[in-house]
Ligand binder design. Structure first.
Ligand code: ATP
Ligand code: MG
Length: 384
C-alpha cells in the first residue's frame, strides 16, 4: 500500500520534470527482504516545487527539506536532495544545503547499506557497494569513517543499533573509528540517543548491542549499566520495557532527565522497579491489586533476566489478578463518607487508614464486599 502510494508520488514528481526515488532504510530493507513501512522518497525538486505539485501537503521539516504528501491516501515523506554541512555543535548540521543530484545526497548518508536509492521501476542506485556489504553482512561507513563520525557522533550508536537489529558486524575501519572517537558521544543530544535506544531495546540482538557499546567504550560516556551479564537474556517487543529494565539496572538519578524520557516511560519504569523490589519477598494480594498487569509481568521478566528464582510462572500473574474480589478501588462497596457516618467523626488520617484496611480486608476475603458486612467489620475493629 505504502509502496503503491509512494510510487504514485514519484510518478507525479517525474511528470513535473524532476527526479524522485526511494531512498534509505526502505531500499536497504527491500534488499534484505525485511518489511519496512517507513518509505522515504528523495527528490531533486525543492520543497516549494514539491508543494506546487500536490494538493495536500504538510511542512513537517521544511528547513530540512521534508514535505509530507497526503494526496495518495498514505502520508509519504518527500525530502529534497541535500547535503548536511558541518556539525560544529555535535548535535545537528549548522545548515542543510539543497543540491540537485542524487549522488550528492547519497554521499551524506551514514552507511553503505543506507546510501542506496531505487527508482520507481526497481533499478537500484548503489554508488557505495551497499548491496555487497549487505551480502557480507557488514555495516560500513560511507567514505572515511572517522570523518563521518566527527561530523555526527550519533552515527556511532546507529552503527551498533543496526548491528543489533540485523545481526551484521561492523567493518574493521568503521569499528576502529568508533573506538577512537567514542568520547564524542557525550556531546550528542540525548533525545537522539533515546531514539536509537528505543530501536535497540526491540531489536533481535539487544544484548550484542549493549556489549558493543561496552567494547567500544561508548558506554563510558553514557549513563547506565551495559554489563553483558545483565543483558544476556533480555528480549522485548516494547521499548517501554527496555527503559524500565535499564532503569532497574541503575536506579540512579537523574536517569530520566538525562535520557530525556517521557513521563509515561518514567512512571512505568518506577512502578516496575517498585514491583520488582517487592517480588524479592513475594507479591501480596494488594500488590496484585495495585499494579497493572504489564507492570507485574515486566517485573517478573526482569527477575528471569537476572536469573532470580521465582516460585510461580508468568502466566499465573493474570490468573492471580483475575481472582481478586475487586479490581479497582471504585468497586469497593463503601466510601469515605460511609466510614465517617459510621464513626460519627470528621475525616483525617484515620480515614485513609480505615479505607485501606477495608480494602485489604476485602482483598484477603476476610469480609465480603458489601455494605452491611463492611459495617459490621468496621464496628468490630473500631468499636463504634
Ligand atoms: P529504520 O528502519 O530503523 O527507520 P532508517 O535507515 O530508515 O532505519 P532513519 O533514522 O529513519 O533510519 O533514517 C533514514 C535514512 O536517513 C537512513 O537510511 C540514512 O540514509 C539517513 N540518515 C539518518 N540519520 C543519519 C545520520 N545521523 N547521518 C547520516 N545519514 C543519516
Ligand atoms: Mg526510517
Amino acid at each position: 500500500m505504502m509502496w503503491e502510494a509512494a510510487k504514485r508520488v514519484i510518478e507525479k514528481i517525474e511528470q513535473a520534470g524532476f527526479e524522485a526515488v526511494f531512498v534509505g532504510g526502505v531500499v536497504r530493507d527491500f534488499i534484505i527482504g525485511k518489511p519496512n513501512n517507513d518509505v522515504d522518497v528523495a527528490t531533486s525538486a525543492l520543497p516549494a516545487e514539491v508543494k506546487a505539485i500536490f494538493q495536500y501537503t504538510i511542512d513537517v521539516g521544511i528547513e530540512h527539506g521534508t514535505v509530507l504528501v497526503l494526496d495518495e491516501g498514505e502520508p509519504i515523506e518527500v525530502t529534497t536532495y541535500r547535503t548536511d554541512g558541518l556539525y560544529t555543535d555535535h548535535r545537528r548540521p549548522d545548515e542543510v544545503t539543497f543540491v540537485r543530484t542524487l549522488k550528492e545526497d547519497l554521499a551524506r548518508r551514514d552507511f553503505t547499506m543506507n546510501a542506496m536509492a531505487m527508482t520507481r521501476t526497481g533499478t537500484i542506485i548503489d554508488l557505495y557497494n551497499g548491496q555487497e556489504d549487505i551480502q557480507k553482512k557488514v555495516i560500513r561507513a560511507v567514505g572515511y569513517a572517522e570523518q563521518r563520525f566527527q561530523e555526527d557522533a550519533l552515527r556511532m550508536i546507529r552503527a551498533i543499533r543496526f548491528s543489533a537489529q540485523l545481526g551484521f558486524t561492523i567493518e574493521f575501519e568503521t569499528m576502529s573509528a568508533i573506538k577512537t572517537l567514542a568520547e564524542q558521544i557525550q556531546y550528542v543530544a540525548k533525545e537522539r540517543v533515546h531514539a536509537e535506544f528505543n530501536k535497540m531495546w526491540v531489536s533481535r540482538f539487544p544484548a550484542q548491542g549493549m556489549a558493543m557499546l561496552e567494547q567500544t567504550t561508548l558506554s563510558q560516556y553514557l549513563q547506565g549499566s551495559f554489563i553483558a551479564e545483565d543483558w544476556h537474556n533480555f528480549q522485548t517487543t516494547n521499548p517501554l520495557v527496555g527503559w524500565a529494565y535499564f532503569y532497574v539496572l541503575n536506579e540512579q538519578e537523574p536517569f530520566f532527565s538525562y535520557y530525556k524520557c517521557s513521563n509515561k516511560e518514567k512512571v512505568f519504569a518506577k512502578q516496575v522497579a517498585e514491583a520488582y523490589s517487592k517480588l524479592q519477598e513475594d507479591w501480596q494480594v494488594h500488590d496484585y491489586f495495585y499494579y497493572e498487569l504489564d507492570v507485574l509481568e515486566t517485573a517478573f521478566r526482569i527477575a528471569e533476566w537476572r536469573r532470580q528464582a521465582v516460585a510461580f510462572s508468568v502466566h499465573e500473574i493474570a490468573a492471580r489478578k483475575a481472582v481478586l474480589p475487586i479490581a479497582t478501588i471504585q468497586q469497593l462497596a463503601i466510601s469515605g463518607r460511609d466510614l465517617m457516618e459510621w464513626a460519627q467523626t470528621k475525616g483525617g488520617a484515620w480515614l485513609k487508614e480505615a479505607l485501606h484496611a477495608a480494602l485489604l480486608a476485602v482483598l484477603t476475603k476476610q469480609v465480603e464486599n458489601n455494605k452491611e458486612q463492611l459495617k459490621e467489620w468496621f464496628h468490630d475493629i473500631y468499636k463504634g
